[in-house]
Design a binder for this molecule. Structure first.
Ligand code: KIV
Length: 272
């Protein structure tokens, strides 16, 4: 008899149910096959193939140069390494802003070609229409408000959003509009903790916070930030759970030393 454990994929219904039960939702970014396998084995609920890959994997200064082809390439790799987590493809700059039709077509590519189960897109009321069209096509949509990095030039930098009564009220309204438009969950990035708490309490759909305090229904971090793989800039909200670059440097230096001294390869790593 087989003893293989049957993995069940995390679904939008499960995510909604977790909010109802008060169970926190875990989400991390993923960009490649081996990391997806490792992270899936410990039960992360959601993998976001974030357009943050433009900065932390491809070395750009912002997420703006990232293309649909970049996103599909990485989403395919993550999907191949994932059995349990919900895989969400992040819609890159200019893939949904031009028209709802283009938005639906590009969102569909994440499911049809790359094996994702949902998409995420940035923006408030201005993306309500495209959100509605994508959701109506049967594609689950995660919304994203607050600091929306694709609008960095309009926002004037990577800053906390929704400070003050007027800006906070506008974000709360945006969240409600996106819920009504069919989003199944919403990322709140870089907003004051008290505002995130109010938005979370006002919505039926779960909120996933990044720099938004502990009262969101779940949390997300960029994996390369929390593992210590991206050292160019570390936002205040990032907790480093590992210093992976230190391990890489140490291992690679030892390898180079051993090759230079002739200690590697020894007989255990040779065909005798
Ligand atoms: O691209 C990304 O990684 C994101 C998260 C920071 C939410 O959008």
């Amino acid at each position: 008899m087989s003893t293989q454990v049957q993995m069940t994929r995390v679904t939008t219904a499960k995510i909604r149910d977790m909010k109802k039960k008060g169970e926190k939702i875990t989400m991390l970014t993923a960009y490649d096959y081996p990391t997806a396998i490792a992270m899936d084995s410990v039960g992360v609920d959601i993998f976001l193939v974030g357009d943050s890959l433009g900065m932390v994997v491809l070395g750009y200064d912002s997420t703006l140069p990232v293309t649909m082809e970049d996103m599909l390439h990485h989403t395919k790799a993550v999907a191949r390494g994932t059995q349990q987590a919900m895989v969400i493809g992040d819609m890159p700059f200019m893939s949904y802003q031009i028209s709802p039709e283009e938005g639906v077509r590009n969102a569909g590519r994440f499911l049809q070609e790359a094996g994702a189960q949902a998409v995420k897109l940035e923006g408030g009321r201005e993306v309500a229409e495209v959100t509605r069209h994508i959701a109506a096509a049967g594609i689950p949509v995660m919304a994203h408000i607050g600091l929306t990095p694709q609008s960095v030039h309009q926002l004037g930098g990577y800053k906390v959003q929704g400070k003050g009564d007027k800006a906070g009220q506008r974000l709360l309204e945006d969240a409600k509009i996106l819920e009504e438009s069919g989003a199944f969950a919403i990322v709140l990035e870089c907003v004051p903790k008290s505002l995130a708490r109010e938005i979370t309490a006002s919505l039926q759909i779960p909120t996933i916070g990044i720099g938004a305090g502990v009262d969101c229904d779940g949390q997300v971090l960029v994996t390369h930030d929390m593992l210590g793989l991206y050292e160019r800039f570390t936002p205040k909200f990032v907790k480093k759970y590992a210093k992976m670059n230190d391990h890489i440097r140490e291992a690679v230096k030892t390898y180079c030393d051993e090759v230079r001294s002739g200690a590697f390869p020894d007989d255990a790593h040779s065909f005798l």
